[in-house]
Design a protein. Sequence first.
Length: 397
Amino acid sequence: MLFQRSCPSARAFQCPDFRAGVLGANIRWVVRPVLLGAEPLSHSSGDRGVLVLHGFTGSPQSMRPLAERFVEAGFSVEMPLLPGHGTDIEDLLGMRWQDWSKAADDAYLKLAEMCRVVAVVGLSMGGSLACRLAADHHEIAGVVLINPFVEPPAESFREILQGALAGGAEVAPAVGSDIAMPAAAELSYPGSPLAPALSLFEGLDALVGDLHEITCPILLMTSREDHVVPTSTGEFLMERVTVPLKRVWLERSYHVATLDYDRDIIESEALDFVLGVLGRSISAERPRDSSEMPADMPAGGITVDAVAHVARLARLQLTSEELQHFTVQLGAVLQHAAEMAELDISGVDPMSHPLPVRNVMRPDDPRPGLDRDEVLSEAPLAEDGKFRVPRILGVEL
């Protein structure tokens, strides 16, 4: 279980149960209070869950409007405060990729314990963690990535950071609050700790080799102009996954698009996507008793997951609507085949056609043909007893 609580003093840490929970979460204990607005969110409502993950040096504040949209839609939602974030930048200096990855995994497992199906939504490094989870947990129903940090930085850039770290610098300029809308701001740290950033890059190195392990559909939303993550990361990801992927371009927003001009587009697209993958994943579970079959179960018993698997094998990228449409169509075909299989055909001779068919033959008697001159007289152009037509190649007549 992930513990991220503000505490005015360290006395609470002496409580055995609380101490055990904190140590079990593998999170370094700090006594700094959580910043106002950076609090995590945990909401239980039904058996469909959404895990929401924020970015590097940021906090749940950047994802809160989107998380609350899922809450309003009736989902159970977990939005953890990742280790070292949302308090003071000093708390982030000692954190590494393993800390954030474990915190995300713990939050997912907590949500999965009470939900039948779960989708994961991530911004920036949250997108990195979402991909990590999807590669490790094939039962995840879908992933929403908003300007995800997936493509590892060049070695030359890492050498610059390593040199600065070796020279005694611990923090680089801030990358947070990259927002086009003047009135909006992200609650993020005023700098980027170097050692944690380098650890993040190493985490991406390991993730790249496992992207092909992702088996669920992906919704990728990418800003046209991003000053933190190159837009090429979208193509980088698309070249390495084999699952249905829908890409939405965000025309007016920068990196923290969840707080920017395209916020409404993000919330609408993400909600539609999650409603699709979570709704279908629940209804697609075939009941053991046919009398318990839900009304929205496709005819023939075929599921959206099965259709999506066939689409992946055929290297087809289908939208959520197309998957649903083809599931219904294929289900109808299979249902018809099942009904035909129940027919009693004992005593019926094999046939090459379901209906009696015979060729209709007539005598091959020569008859007068059409008059050539009469036919040619009806043509626009004729010459030497032949039709004259425009050239296929060359100068037109």
